[in-house]
Every structure is written in structure tokens, then in C-alpha cells.
Design a protein around this ligand. Structure first.
Ligand SMILES: Cc1cc2nc3c(=O)[nH]c(=O)nc-3n(C[C@H](O)[C@H](O)[C@H](O)COP(=O)(O)O)c2cc1C
Length: 217
């Protein structure tokens, strides 16, 4: 019998056609949101924001941002249950980390007297920051851990999804400027259930062979 983890990962796939009549139950979405919140990140920085597009109005706002060559992606936004905009802070600052440390104290992870010491971990963020304060390469890398976490969680829940890097970043960031509050959005994730006619569901999985991507020493 296949290991349950591998079973999930073999069976998940990128949905190319959603059934608009089948909605993901709210309690399952809540599990996904909690999984996203629990995503680990370097120095526990959590430099992200997740904007959940679920109302018809918000879906239409996102739909209208699509331009060529990404038009093929836009129908997923209307037919899936929700689309999550995955956003990262391109200029993660000490004040952002202060918020994290404050929460770690509240959660009892570090004692209040160790606050200054905990804040010293911010040096690892500084190492990835240029003169203008930009550290978006680093914060985006953290955000993609959340994307991977979402994939695995959805596979376990038997829910279909489509990651979309095929978005017009400039237009998405302009349309959702207020909600993003200065964060960048380079990727979204549609979530729902596939139609029986989805061609992609029937294709075999294809990945490079173990020996071409692993080096065991
Ligand atoms: C970060 C990322 C961005 C992606 N962007 C798109 C996209 O814009 N449109 C799309 O149809 N598929 C997109 N995909 C899906 C990939 O093409 C797909 O995951 C890959 O071919 C492997 O197939 P599988 O997910 O069915 O196993 C994206 C996947 C990832 C991880």
C-alpha cells in the first residue's frame, strides 16, 4: 500500500477546469487558513499577507486584471471557490520583527526580559537587505514556503487548486493597492473542485527522475 503522504502528492494536480456549482466547505477552508498561519519562516518573520478573494465582486475585480498572455488563467478565478493572493513584504523592517517578538512574548515562547536578545535575530533579515531597504527576494522565498504548505494541506483535504504566477503583477497590485498596503503580490492560488471534463486530471504525473535531482553523499 502506498504511503499516505506519497498518495496525496501523487494524486494532487493542477486543476484546469473548476466546477462552479461545487463549493469547498467553509470548515475546510478554515483548516487551510490555519495551515497557512502555521507556516514556518526564517527567524519566524512571517513577512506575508493572504488576501482571500471569495465574493463575486472581489472575483470580478481580480478577473479584470488579467492581460495577455495570461487570459487562460482568469476563468479559474470565477469558477473556483476562492482565490488567495499570496503577498510578501518587499521591505521587511525591524518594526515588523518587533511585532513578531511581541507575539512570541505573549505566546510564552520567550520571556519578556529576553526581548532585546530575540530582536538581535533581525540581523539575519539585514543580511538580505539592500541600501534601499529592499529584501523582497528573501521575504518572497518565505512566502513560497506557505504556498508549498498550502499544496500539501489541500492534497490531504482532497481539494483541487491552481497556483497562478500567470497574473499581471502590476495590475493586481494596483487593483488591490489598499488591501496589499505596500506588499507585493506575485502569485495567487485558486481553490475548488474540478469538473469531470478537466483534461489535466487524466494526464499522468511527470517529474524528473530521482537520480537526476539528488546527490547522496
Ligand atoms: C509557483 C507556480 C506557479 C504556477 N503558475 C501557473 C499558472 O499561472 N497557470 C497554470 O495553469 N499553472 C501554473 N502552475 C502549475 C504548474 O504548471 C504545475 O504545478 C506543474 O506543471 C506540475 O504539474 P502538477 O501540479 O499537475 O503536478 C504553477 C505552479 C507553481 C508551483
Amino acid at each position: 500500500m502506498t504511503d499516505p503522504i506519497l498518495h496525496d502528492l501523487w494524486n494532487r494536480y493542477t486543476c484546469k477546469s473548476y466546477d462552479p456549482t461545487r463549493k469547498v466547505p467553509e470548515e475546510k477552508l478554515q483548516i487551510l487558513y490555519e495551515a497557512l498561519r502555521l507556516t514556518p519562516s526564517s527567524i519566524n518573520s512571517q513577512p506575508w499577507k493572504f488576501i482571500v478573494i471569495s465574493s463575486d465582486k472581489a472575483k470580478r475585480r481580480l478577473y479584470d486584471t488579467f492581460t495577455e498572455p495570461y487570459h487562460f488563467n482568469r476563468q479559474y478565478v470565477l469558477d473556483s471557490t476562492v482565490t488567495i493572493l499570496f503577498a510578501h513584504n518587499p521591505k521587511y523592517r525591524l518594526e515588523n520583527y518587533e511585532e513578531v517578538v511581541k507575539k512570541m512574548i505573549e505566546d510564552g515562547r520567550i520571556p519578556p526580559e529576553k526581548k532585546e536578545r530575540a530582536l538581535q535575530s533581525f540581523r539575519f533579515a539585514r543580511m538580505h537587505t539592500d541600501e534601499s531597504g529592499f529584501n523582497g527576494h528573501w521575504t518572497k522565498a518565505q512566502l513560497y514556503i506557505a504556498l508549498g504548505n498550502a499544496y500539501h494541506t489541500l492534497a490531504r483535504l482532497g481539494i483541487d487548486s491552481t497556483a497562478l504566477e500567470g497574473i499581471d503583477v502590476e495590475r493586481v497590485e494596483a487593483e488591490f493597492k489598499e488591501e496589499l498596503g505596500g506588499f507585493a503580490c506575485h502569485v495567487a492560488l485558486c481553490i475548488g473542485y474540478h469538473q469531470a471534463t478537466d483534461y489535466n486530471a487524466k494526464l499522468p504525473k511527470s517529474r524528473l527522475e530521482h537520480d537526476s535531482i539528488f546527490i547522496h553523499l
